[in-house]
Design a protein around this ligand. Structure first.
Ligand code: 5GP
Length: 220
């Protein structure tokens, strides 16, 4: 379990008259110089490929600061603590929620808890980075309440059948879990109108590039 969960290090008050002040003002406004929101939330139905798109962005677009979520679920083979998630005990997760260190959190698929570590996100924004959160719909709604100026992007499947194929094809869940995820996905698809933009995940590279351009960053 992770002991190196990021804590608040760079959230001290700004000193007037330093460059830091300008960055802080920008952070408060939540936008960069061109008016593009600093924080972008990527959400969408289960198995639409949010994880694949965000991994592609992490590997190809270093100009994007991708938040590493915390979760109470166990790591899957190949997943590294602090890289894919911070794998926490339920007690540690509770503690972080109780001390206000989660920007948002939710029980996903009725089982495990997932949340966005607040201090790391705030520090990245204060540094002027373009921040991306890949979270579920419940989390996206919480961020919208807390930071309505953020940009909300819905990742949509090309078709429902394609989404089912991707979910079953992944083979990492039991049939009961798959059924539960499909039911959740059906409800999640209906949330598209709540979002500022929709990106169709037809090809990972294309969808990632479109998302990066929506963030106001060069996407070569
Ligand atoms: P998985 O267990 O397959 O990695 O992720 C399951 C779901 O959890 C995905 O729908 C993903 O978007 C969501 N998720 C991952 N991190 C977070 C987070 O920090 N907050 C919320 N609310 N959902 C998350």
């Amino acid at each position: 379990m992770s002991d190196d969960f990021p804590t608040a290090t760079s959230t001290e008050p700004a000193t007037p008259g330093t460059d830091r002040t300008a960055v802080r003002d920008e952070y408060r406004a939540g936008t960069g110089e061109d008016g593009t929101p600093r924080l972008t939330v990527l959400a969408g139905p289960t198995a639409v490929g949010k994880g694949t798109v965000s991994t592609y962005i992490r590997d190809h677009f270093p100009q994007v600061w991708l938040s590493v979520s915390a979760t109470t679920r166990a790591p899957r083979p190949g997943e590294q603590d602090g890289v894919h998630y911070f794998f926490l005990t339920p007690e540690r997760f509770d503690e972080l929620v109780a001390t206000g260190q989660m920007l948002e959190w939710a029980v996903v698929h009725g089982r495990h808890r997932y949340g966005t570590p607040r201090p790391a996100v705030e520090a990245a924004m204060a540094e002027g980075r373009s921040v991306l959160l890949e979270i579920d719909l419940q989390g996206a709604r919480q961020v919208r309440d807390a930071m309505p100026e953020a940009s909300f992007v819905f990742l949509a499947p090309p078709t429902w059948d394609e989404m089912v194929r991707r979910l079953i094809g992944r083979g990492t869940e039991t049939p009961e879990e798959q059924q539960h995820r499909l039911e959740t996905a059906r409800m999640e698809l209906a949330a598209e109108p709540e979002f500022d933009h929709t990106v169709v995940n037809d090809r990972v590279e294309r969808a990632a590039a479109e998302l990066v351009s929506l963030m106001g960053l060069p996407a070569r």
